[in-house]
Design a protein around this ligand. Structure first.
Ligand code: ADP
Ligand code: GLC
Length: 490
């Protein structure tokens, strides 16, 4: 099949969170199944054209956004796995320091930026003569593409056989704007109806993606159920109108990249058969954080966007609640300024046991996954979560809230049967993170059990091999339904 991935992030070029990991990894596995996969991304300023040897293609294209005509170029790059990536270059919308905002708030013209991007992706496919069987769109930034295919492009010969897939990575970010978006995006008012563009008298990009694509997926089976039942943030009714087309497919991680045996960012390599290197990683991390280099101190870490989703209020309470214990905490994160301030306060009060780095720092993330004993992830909701899966690969034990993808990947360690790969608590049932950390510390201090738990963690494999089959099946289902619809139309 010809598959066109359209997304706003993709490793190694641009990453804010796990969306980038998924968009950067899934194509490699689809390619192994024999598909021709291409990726379309915005050319943000932070993407280094020289480093990635991006080559301008000889077209200057244009699309309209509201009353403006926006010109753009396409630059082509190729990933290490030989996948073509096309970058949409437009100075007005993407030549800025940030991706979605300036660090304090989202850009005020994100609506226009992603209307432009969706339209440009469609024009780019045409200019490249890449006629997709599947356009796979990710998150709200690409939600208008399925809508264009079902409205303005309904009778467009180029896309007559194209099915659209929309993947929800996080339903909390929906891209909802006023009704004037109909005109800004160039839709017809006739399509401003509940079954198409309209959502509470607004245009909601995510609703367009969910409601107008040929199949919808989200990134774990449990989250797929949760968003239909109670966690859909207003989107439940839309999802329930499409239950026959919703797939919950668990993310994997790229074990070639997240591998403590070969990782060049950590001070010493190790594997489940020889964990000596992990001790060195711990000691180096303690040194970097200004902590005592003490093997017996229980070292817990977290690498995350600073966002309420991730349960930072719960983490911050735990920092204070556990201050008298033989524990150390390290946090790497960027995002919400208020969360940052609260963490800074905790660091200033407990500098010998709490350290924080407020930046996006890939090598440091690896050092934290490698050097910590346990990983904190008390997310209030979590569509899938990759951090806990990465932590498992590094033998760093996840302590998580039972929600979404965390429920699908983490099982409570049972010291009688020696089964399980982490620790869980349930916020909804009033269970407590601090108590769960204390329980995990008991196991940490019991070497035999901790060794067994570490082995269990490192034996877990959440690879893309299985998930890619599920994506493939979803593509086939969508293509079959499309064929059926076309027959019916004729
Ligand atoms: P989300 O996509 O909600 O942010 P995930 O757990 O799916 O959460 O993915 C987060 C990804 O982003 C992981 O690969 C994690 O290591 C990475 N990450 C998050 N914050 C940072 C940071 N400040 N520096 C480096 N990597 C980060
Ligand atoms: C989102 C979710 C996260 C998921 C990631 C990749 O950002 O918050 O849970 O792992 O997308 O699908």
């Amino acid at each position: 099949m010809n598959i066109l991935m359209v997304a706003s992030e993709c490793v190694p070029f641009v990453k804010v969170g796990g969306l980038a990991d998924v968009v950067g990894t899934l194509p490699k596995y689809l390619k192994r199944l024999g598909h021709d996969v291409r990726i379309i991304l915005p050319k943000y300023r932070s993407i280094d054209g020289k480093k990635y040897d991006l080559q301008p293609l000889p077209y200057i294209l244009k699309v309209s956004v509201g009353k403006d005509i926006e010109k753009f170029r396409i630059k082509r790059g190729v990933t290490e796995d030989g996948i073509n990536v096309y970058f949409i270059e437009n100075m007005r919308y993407f030549n800025r320091p940030g991706i979605y905002g300036d660090g304090n708030s989202d850009y005020g013209d994100n609506r226009e930026r992603y209307i432009f991007f969706c339209k440009a992706a469609i024009e780019a496919a045409k200019a490249l003569m890449f006629r997709p069987d599947i356009i796979h769109c990710h998150d709200w930034q690409t939600g208008l593409i399925p809508a264009y295919l079902k409205t303005n492009l309904k009778n467009d010969g180029f896309f007559w056989n194209t099915s659209s897939i929309f993947t929800v990575h996080n339903i909390a970010y929906q891209g909802q704007f006023g009704a004037d978006t109909v005109a800004a995006a160039g839709f017809s008012w006739e399509d401003f109806t509940t079954d198409k563009l309209e959502f509470h008298n607004n245009v909601n990009f995510m609703k367009c993606g969910i409601g107008m694509s040929d199949a919808v997926s989200t990134v774990s089976p449990t989250y797929a159920l949760e968003i239909k039942e109670f966690n859909g943030m207003g989107m439940e009714i839309v999802l329930n109108s499409r239950t026959d087309r919703i797939y919950g497919i668990l993310n994997g991680i790229d074990y070639d990249y997240w591998n403590p045996k070969t990782d060049s960012c950590i001070p010493a390599n190790y594997s489940k058969d020889n964990l000596a290197g992990k001790k060195i990683c711990k000691a180096e991390l303690q040194k970097m954080c200004g902590f005592d280099e003490d093997e017996d101190a229980y070292l817990l870490g977290c690498v995350s966007r600073l966002d309420n989703q991730k349960g930072f209020d719960i983490i911050i309470d735990a920092l204070y609640g556990l201050r008298d214990k033989k524990m150390q905490f390290v946090i790497l994160g960027s995002g919400d300024q208020f969360i940052k301030l609260q963490i800074q306060q905790a660091v200033s009060k407990m500098p010998k046991t709490v350290a924080a780095f407020f930046e996006y720092n890939e090598p440091l993330a690896h050092k934290i996954y490698g050097g910590c004993d346990a990983y904190m992830m008390p997310s209030r909701f979590e569509p899938c979560g990759l951090s806990q899966i990465i932590a498992l690969a590094y033998g760093t034990i996840p302590i998580v809230n039972r929600t979404g993808g965390l429920s699908d990947t983490i099982t409570y360690y049972n010291h009688f049967t020696k089964e399980g790969n982490g620790f869980m608590f349930n916020i909804t049932y009033g269970e407590n993170f601090v108590q769960t950390i204390l329980k995990s510390e008991k196991i940490f201090r019991d070497k035999k059990n901790w060794d067994a738990l570490t082995q269990n963690a490192m034996n877990c494999v959440f690879s893309w091999d299985k998930s890619v089959e599920a994506y493939h099946k979803m593509y086939e289902d969508a293509a079959n339904k499309k064929r059926h619809e076309l027959l019916f139309r004729v």
